[in-house]
Every structure is written in C-alpha cells, then in structure tokens.
Ligand binder design. Sequence first.
Ligand SMILES: [Zn+2]
Length: 452
Amino acid sequence: MLPPLPTTPPTSAETRLVYVLQHFRAAYADVPTVSIDYQDAQVQLTDGAGAFFSQTNPYPPEPQWREWQGRKLPFFFGPPADKPLLELLPNGRARIYADLISAAFYLLSGWQEYYSEARDRHGRFPFAASVQHRYGFVTVPVVNYYFDLLKTAVEHVTGRPCRPRRWAPEAPYAAFITHDIDNLRSAWKQPAKEALRQGKLLRFGRQLWQHFTQPDAWDNLEQVQQTVAGYGAKSTFFLLPEHRPAASGTPNADYRLTAPGLQGCLQSLAAQGSELAIHGSLGTATDARLLQTKRAQLPGHSIGNRFHYLSWEPRRTPSVLNQVGIAYDTTLGFAEHFGFRHSYCHPFRLFDFQHGQAHDFLEIPLNVMDATLYHPNYLQLAPDEILPALTPMLAEIERFGGVCTVLWHNENFDPANEHNGPRQFHALMEYLRSRHVAFVNGQDICSAVVGC
Ligand SMILES: [Zn+2]
C-alpha cells in the first residue's frame, strides 16, 4: 500500500524557478546577477509546461530531441518546432525557447516517482517505469546540459565566463567511494552449500571447520580501507544496525553492530580517516523513530545515510531523513542500471512537494553499484565489459565537474568473486586515478556544498 498523496497546492512557475535557479547558481563558482524569468528578463524563457504542474500526472508529453554541445538531448516542455533552442540577441539579452526550468524541475525534484504508483517487490520505484528508461537517457546528466545552455545565455548577457565548481584545485571532478556493510560472516556459506549439494562431504566438513576456526573472508573492513587508501582515497562505510531479517524475510545484516570486536574495528577505521555512516535497515525508510533508534547505535556522530536495498518511498522517505536530521543521503541511483536517477551529476536537494521548497538534506546521487553490474535481476556484464560500459558515464561527470559515487560492498573484495569483485574495482579505481579526480567523502561534500 502506497502512502496517499497529500493534498498539495499546484507547483507554481515561480516556485519551480526559485528551486531550479538555486541549483544552477550552486553548479558554478560565480554566477553574476542576471534576471532569468519568463517575462521581461535579460535571459527570457518560454513557458512550455501549460497545466502539467497543477495536475498529478507522473509523465509529461514526449520530449523534443535537440542537439546541444554535440549531443542529442530530450527537452521536456520543449521548444516549438519552428524555434531554435537559444537566441543570443545583440542588446545584452538572450531568449531560450525551451522551458528548461520546468524540464529541470521535473527531473531534479523527483516528480515522476512521487506521482507514479509503480513500485517493485522491494517497494522501490522501478527503472522500467522511468522516463530515463523510456527515452534511453539514464547515463546522460540531462539537467547539467540544460544548465550549460542557461550558462551560455548568462555569459552572453554579462560578457563574463561562469566557471564550473571545483572540488579541489586541479581536479576536474570528484569520486566518493563507499561500502555498504551487509555481511561480515557469510563468505563460507555458498561454497559449503555447493559442496553439500554435490555430496562432497569432506569439502563440506573443511568449510565448516574453517568457518569455526578462521576469520571469514568477508570480515575484511581493514583490508577494504587499505585497498582504497592505496589510491589516495578514503572509504565511507555504511553500517547496518539490524541483524534480524525484515517481516518479509528479506535479510538485514549477518552481524551484530554492538559486538565488542566490531566496535573496536570501527573505532580503528575511524581513527585512520574512514567515515562511518548508517545503512538504514529495512523499514527505516518510512519510519523516522526507527531510523533514529538505529542511528544511535553507531559510534560517534554520523551524518550520512544510505538505505539497505536502496529502499526509498518517494512520498515519505525525504521527510523521514529531515526528521532524523540526516545531513546527506546517498541512496538515489537505480539498482537496475548505473547512471543518473535524477539526470544530474552534482549533489542536490530534492523538492519538498508539501511545503513547495527544497528539502534540507543533501542528496549525493549514487551512480555505480557493484551489484548492478552483475546480478540475475540487473545487468550481466562480463568482467572486461564493465569499465568500457561505465566510461561514457564517467566522462559526462568529468565534463560537468560532478561527483561520481561508487558503491562496492566489502564482500565483493573477496578474490573468489571474479565477476564484480576486487579486479573490477581496481580497474575502476585505476581509471579514476588516471583522470586525476579528487577523492572525497560525504563530510567533504557536505562542507563544500553548504549554502547550496
Ligand atoms: Zn545493504
């Protein structure tokens, strides 16, 4: 059962404009004061949305496809067929015939998920129901292209260049390397099960003996930290403070966060510069009290969250995060495909449909999850197809100076995993290092974006 839609006032053109320009101004280092509006402005836009935002339809009319910066892009509420995208006028004015503000608002705000009733068996908005899937642009940060067009108009009006934001001097973009810790004790289970199935009792016995006498191959947090540190990067660990499965039977952690050995390990990770944050267990995405209770079990003060199974109920989860005072969340990617769930490659603020303004917490969108790349329900890329598949998306983030958020579970640092394991992680990290990214964690991103 979906939470009912609250009765909210229609989202006015002015509200959309304020929300989108707030993000546009945060995307560049110094945007001069220029009037950008639908009427009597230096940069004048065409209102193309009609009555769309006073209704509750999750999907807008089919977009117009136009070329900008050598790329064909979908323009929702697009320009009339006989008009160009942009006209640079001689008297310090510019005219944009596409309703960039409404299109950017539609994608950034999360409108489609909020008003759609489509959910998968884990209660998530499915990739298959998205406009990114329908029109094939999940790996293109379309909103960044819209902003590039708007920036071109602003630069024409003022005669001054707008510089893109930088995460560190000389670094063209940033990478945020994260690990959800679901399992620390279960590496032995699959091989043991397999031995039993094949009737190889001696091998089964050896697996059991190893399990009881030796550390588990997935009990590897220090090794994960050292591997990541080898690239000059720092890990953010999302810890799951619930070892009981959900009522549906879906598992949470295979460990207890309060175990003394683990607490000592976490303190040592934090002392060596790792960030610790909460991996909200099943049910917490719609229950602020539960999330608050679970968060209190983490050592120190954690400011970030990612929900287990990428759980997210668009009509409720954002207000849960606000109530708990989470500074940043990094859940929002599609489990089924890498790319940009909100068509934007910078951290941003979701739209609060009830109050008509941006939410307080920062969303750092998730771009690459290990499980997406090789999983029976998601993609099934061969090991040597992974990096080539990701490279065009990474190049888009580089083009716009964004943040690439990577999720690689600790269990996929097990050398036994040859599909989406340590070798594929190394290939990705080598690539990122070769592009001179700034490796940042969630706290770094929050400090850099304050005021957005
Ligand atoms: Zn998880």
